[in-house]
Design a protein around this ligand. Structure first.
Ligand code: PLP
Length: 479
């Protein structure tokens, strides 16, 4: 039995002493770890997509929380019987939709430890480990990505929030009076028509106005056209507007196209714009020496985001944000009431100064575990496999008369179509997904409905990709 470390031995709830509470945890914790291990071993036996209708889980659970506490056994039982059947299994090796990223066991262990410590990194003294491990892990990741030493790293939850912070810092650089006075209706941000909706959402969230987001057209390969960026900026300047920020993407959401970073950096420098790079998915590929070139020119960016939770086997949520102007980010966000005044030691990092969130989870722990467990070479091995299988899949598409590829496939995503109508492509996707064996997603390109396979899952094998291609061919034959 655990010893009760509280002085007066007060019960936690009627009938539950502290020692029993800890013992309960020990038993349930072991059971949960067993369940997780078996789940990971058998992930492919689950249907990828749950067989539930909207509202099923809500209906299966009581409308109000219990008055009296329940046992772990009862709760875990409901977890398995009611919650798991409503889960979409991102861990399934044939979850090949969106950016199909799994977590990994080192990160699961780290998440458990982080939850146990429940240490909250508001400023340095509230958890030196949170502040300093974040610096260490982000420094290691920066080296793996080949970003310059001067880049300051901070972890946010998602790329959407990272990009929102980039745009806010850009605004601080261009219009420092905004912080005090609010609204500045003439600021304009530029991005491509293929960039993720988070750019526009970030602009909405910080009050720039959707109409002040310019979506620059892309070339045949879905990359932002710098000549059109230049023209759009000139046109806005001519009407008295104030260009202040440009967001390029390395690995766009639909096709994983890579915007011409250096040429966009030229334009950004010419007009004094903050230059942000969204490398949320494809940034991971820069860990491979043969792909390092995708971030060429990134040293000229003011900020960059890449998500280990997209293609680096780290469970949601972990978004790595880098900036070479932490001073401006800090100017945009630092606000320190007396009750949060940190100790004044120049070596103490106070991450609350660099963004909206005050509370800070110990997210760096999982990144640190993942980087140590796999090592750079382990991650490189996984990424290379994914890229290779995607390239093979692209070749199968190219070689089959019934299908066509609709975009280059520079990484581990392939966009393709059955040569037929949008309705036939929709039907094909539905048919393939309805097998429960695989989950693919879709997008729209040049006005057409397009299917998409994304390989990024730790458990995926080449055989899974082969089987997916078979299912597609069988389903196409049955159309
Ligand atoms: N940027 C790109 C290129 C993405 O593909 C996505 C999501 O898929 C995001 C940003 C948003 O990511 P998050 O869910 O971390 O906000």
């Amino acid at each position: 039995m655990a010893t009760d470390n509280r002085v007066d031995g007060t019960s936690l709830r009627p009938g539950l002493e502290f020692a029993e509470y800890v013992e309960d945890f020990r038993r349930a914790g072991h059971e949960a770890v067993e369940w997780i291990a078996s789940y990971l071993e058998h992930a492919r036996e689950y249907p990828v997509l749950p067989r539930v209708k909207p509202g099923d889980l809500i209906d299966a659970l009581p409308a109000a929380a219990p008055d009296g506490g329940e046992s772990f056994d009862t709760i875990l039982d409901d977890f398995q019987q009611k919650v798991v059947p409503a889960v979409t299994h991102w861990n399934h090796p044939r979850f090949l939709a969106y950016f199909a990223c799994t977590g990994s066991t080192p990160a699961i262990v780290a998440e458990m430890l982080s939850a146990a410590l429940n240490t909250n990194g508001l400023h340095w003294i509230t958890s030196p480990a949170v502040a300093e491990l974040e610096k260490v892990a982000m420094g290691w990741l920066r080296q793996w990505l080949g970003l310059p030493e001067g880049f300051f790293g901070i972890i946010y939850d998602t790329a959407s929030v990272s990009t929102m912070h980039a745009i806010a810092a850009a605004r601080e650089m261009a219009a420092p009076q905004f912080r005090e006075n609010g609204s500045q209706p003439n600021l304009v941000v530029y991005t491509s028509e293929q960039s993720h909706s988070s750019v526009e959402k970030g602009a909405i969230a910080i009050g720039l106005g959707q109409k002040n987001v310019r979506k620059i057209a892309t070339d045949e390969e879905f990359r932002m056209r710098p000549d059109l960026l230049f023209q759009a900026i000139e046109a806005d300047l001519a009407t008295g507007l104030k260009p202040f920020c440009v967001v390029a993407t390395v690995g766009t959401t639909s096709t994983t196209s890579v915007d011409p970073v250096s040429e966009i950096a030229d334009v950004a420098e010419k007009y004094g714009l903050w230059f942000h790079i969204d490398a949320a998915y494809a940034g991971s590929a820069a860990i491979l020496p043969e792909y390092r070139h995708i971030l060429a020119g990134a040293e000229r960016a003011h900020s960059l985001v890449m998500n280990p939770h997209k293609w680096m086997f780290t469970p949601v949520d972990l978004s790595a944000f880098y900036t070479r102007r932490p001073d401006i980010l800090r100017r945009a966000f630092s606000l320190v009431p007396e009750y949060l005044r940190p100790a004044e030691d120049p070596k103490a990092i106070n991450l609350m100064d660099y963004g909206v969130p005050l509370g800070r989870r110990f997210r760096s722990l999982k990144l640190w575990f993942v980087m140590r467990y796999f090592g750079r070479e382990g991650i490189q091995h996984l990424l290379r496999n994914h890229i290779q299988w995607a390239q093979e899949f692209a070749m199968w598409i190219d070689a089959d008369q019934r299908f066509e590829r609709v975009a280059p496939a520079p990484f581990s995503v392939v966009c393709f179509r059955f040569k037929g109508s949008d309705e036939q492509n929709k039907a094909l996707l539905e048919r393939v997904n309805a097998t429960g064996e695989v989950f693919l997603s879709h997008t729209a390109l040049k006005g057409q409905y397009v299917l998409r396979i994304a390989i990024g899952n730790l458990g995926t094998t080449r055989d899974d990709v082969v089987r997916t291609w078979e299912l597609l061919k069988e389903s196409a034959a049955a159309l």
